[in-house]
Design a protein around this ligand. Structure first.
Ligand SMILES: Cc1ncc(COP(=O)(O)O)c(C=O)c1O
Length: 461
C-alpha cells in the first residue's frame, strides 16, 4: 500500500491528471493527431476536457471502452440522448430494417407520421409536431415562429440556460448567439421574472426555458415559478416555450406533463430519435398549422434530413418497443433513489456538496444545497468537479467534467450501487484542509466547518 498523503486541491488534481495521462496514451496520441486538422482536436465543445478527452472506441449496453482498453460504466449517456444505451436490440433491428429499404428516399416515408402520432399522444402540449435534425434547430424554429406568430421581437430566457450552440446563456453568454433581443431572468425568481414580463409585455414574443435546467446544473424549476410564467405569458399575449430536449425523459408525458403545466410550444430532441440525430418542435395547433404547406400564407420549414428514415425508424422502435410508460416511471424512480442515497452520504459527513436533479438526470455541486438557481451554484469549484470526474474515471465510471451524470435504461441496480459506492469513496477522501488526516476523519467536517474550497484530498497512492 502506498500509504495516505494529504494533498491540497491543486496537488490532488495534478496527481489525478498524471495518472489519467499515463492510463490513456492512445487517446492522447489520437487527440494530438486530431489537433492538426480540427481546432483543439474537437468538433463538439462539450466533449472536450483538459488535458484531452478519452477516445471512446465502442459501447455496449451501459458500458463503453476507450481506445486504451479501459472499460467504464457510462453515466454520460450522451448527455441524455443515450437513454436506450448503446445496443438496444429493438433499435438496432429497426435501423437495420430501415437501412435495407434505402436510406435517402426524398419523400414522406412510412415512419414519420407514426412517430409524430406517438409524440402527440404522449406529450399534452403537442397538438401538431414537426421534425428537425437537432435540438438547436428545434429551438431556432420555435423561437422564430413565436416571433412571427406574435409579431413581437423580444425573447425572455434564463441566466444559465442552454438551448443549443447559438443559445448559450451561462457566464457571459456567447458572441455566436443568434441576434435576437434577449432579456435575461433569474431561474426560479418568481417576482423578478413576473416584473420583467409585465415591463416588456408590449414586445415580448416568448419566454423560453427548460422546466429543469439540464446543462445548467440539473436544477428543477418550482411549480410556482412555472405556474407564474404560464399565467403572465398568457396575460401578456406572449408564448410560453418549454425546451424539453433533455427533460422530456423525466416522465412518460414529459416534465410539463408530470407538472401539469401546458406551454404553447415544446421543443424535443436527444433520445427521442433512438440515439440518432433528432429534434422536434410542436405545440398548439393554432400556431403550428401555419406550417401547413397547402396554406397560401404557409411558413416554410425546410431540412433535408428532417424525416431521415434511420432516425424516424429508431425513434419509433424506442417508443413502441422499449420506453413504455411503466418503464419510464421505474427508470426515473431509480434515479431519484440514487440521488437520495448520494445526498444522504453527503449529509452524514456534513459536507458542502449537493446532488441536484430529478429522476434520471443529476448534477454534483460543490456547495451546500439546496441549489435553486445557477447563482446558488456559482461558488462550485470547477477544479473539484474536474477532480471528481478524474477520480470516477479511475474507478471505472464515465461521467461529465461538469458534474452531470445521467442514467440509461440498461443500468441495473448493480451499476447504480457501484456508482454510489464510487462517489462515497470520493467523499471519504475529502478532508478539512486544516484538519487533514491525523485522527480527523471526515466526520469532523460538520456543518459550519470547512467551506468546499477549503477541503483537502487524501491520496491513497
Ligand atoms: C436543453 C437543450 N436544448 C437544446 C439542446 C441542443 O440540442 P442539439 O445538441 O441536438 O442541437 C441541448 C443539447 O444539449 C439541450 O440540452
Amino acid at each position: 500500500m502506498g500509504g495516505q498523503r494529504n494533498l491540497d486541491l491543486g496537488a490532488a488534481l495534478a496527481e489525478a491528471e498524471k495518472r489519467f495521462v499515463d492510463a490513456h496514451p492512445r487517446s492522447g496520441r489520437r487527440h494530438d493527431a486530431a489537433r492538426k486538422v480540427m481546432p483543439g482536436g474537437n468538433t463538439r465543445t462539450v466533449i472536450y476536457y483538459p488535458p484531452f478527452p478519452v477516445t471512446i472506441a465502442r459501447g455496449e449496453g451501459c458500458h463503453v471502452w476507450d481506445l486504451d482498453g479501459n472499460r467504464y460504466t457510462d453515466f454520460v449517456a450522451e448527455y441524455t440522448a443515450g437513454l436506450y444505451g448503446h445496443s438496444e436490440p429493438a433499435i438496432v433491428e429497426a435501423v437495420k430494417e430501415a437501412l435495407s429499404d434505402g436510406i435517402v428516399l426524398g419523400a414522406p416515408n412510412r415512419y414519420e407520421a407514426e412517430l409524430a402520432r406517438l409524440l402527440v399522444e404522449r406529450f399534452p402540449a403537442l397538438e401538431l409536431v414537426r421534425f428537425t435534425n437537432s435540438g438547436t434547430e428545434s429551438n431556432l424554429m420555435a423561437v422564430s415562429v413565436a416571433r412571427v406568430f406574435t409579431g413581437r421581437s423580444k425573447v425572455l430566457v434564463m441566466k444559465g440556460g442552454y438551448h443549443g450552440g447559438v443559445f448559450i446563456f451561462s457566464g457571459n453568454g456567447s458572441p455566436l448567439n443568434v441576434p435576437f433581443p434577449f432579456l435575461l431572468a433569474d431561474y426560479n425568481d418568481v417576482e423578478g421574472t413576473r416584473a420583467m414580463i409585465r415591463a416588456n409585455a408590449d414586445d415580448l414574443a416568448c419566454v423560453i426555458l427548460e422546466p429543469m435546467l439540464g446543462g445548467g446544473g440539473c436544477i428543477p424549476a418550482t411549480v410556482e415559478f412555472l405556474g407564474m410564467l404560464r399565467e403572465e405569458t398568457r396575460k401578456a399575449g406572449s408564448l410560453l416555450v418549454f425546451d424539453e430536449v433533455m427533460t422530456s425523459r423525466l416522465s412518460p408525458s414529459g416534465l410539463h406533463g408530470a407538472l401539469g403545466i401546458v406551454p404553447d410550444l415544446v421543443t424535443l430532441g436527444k433520445y427521442l430519435g433512438g440515439g440518432l440525430s433528432f429534434g422536434a418542435f410542436g405545440g398548439a395547433a393554432r400556431i403550428m398549422e401555419r406550417f401547413d404547406p397547402a396554406r397560401p400564407d404557409a411558413l416554410a420549414h425546410a431540412g433535408t434530413f428532417n424525416n431521415n428514415v434511420l432516425t424516424m425508424a429508431a425513434g419509433l422502435a424506442g417508443l413502441t418497443k422499449v420506453l413504455t410508460p411503466e418503464r419510464s416511471i421505474a427508470f426515473n424512480a431509480g434515479g431519484d433513489a440514487l440521488r437520495q442515497r448520494m445526498n444522504a452520504a453527503i449529509a452524514k459527513r456534513g459536507l458542502r456538496v449537493h446532488v441536484s436533479g430529478r429522476g434520471s438526470m443529476m448534477n454534483v455541486h460543490f456547495v451546500r444545497g439546496p441549489v435553486n438557481s445557477p447563482a446558488d451554484s456559482a461558488g462550485s469549484s470547477k477544479d473539484w468537479l474536474k477532480l471528481l470526474q478524474l477520480e470516477m474515471l479511475a474507478r471505472g465510471y464515465y461521467m461529465t467534467f461538469r458534474g452531470m451524470f445521467v442514467l440509461s435504461l440498461p443500468h441495473g441496480q448493480a451499476e447504480l450501487d457501484g456508482f454510489a459506492a464510487a462517489f462515497e469513496g470520493f467523499l471519504r477522501r475529502l478532508r478539512a484542509a486544516a484538519g487533514l488526516i491525523a485522527g480527523a476523519g471526515a466526520d469532523t467536517l460538520r456543518s459550519g466547518g470547512a467551506t468546499a474550497l477549503d477541503y483537502g484530498f487524501v491520496s491513497e497512492r
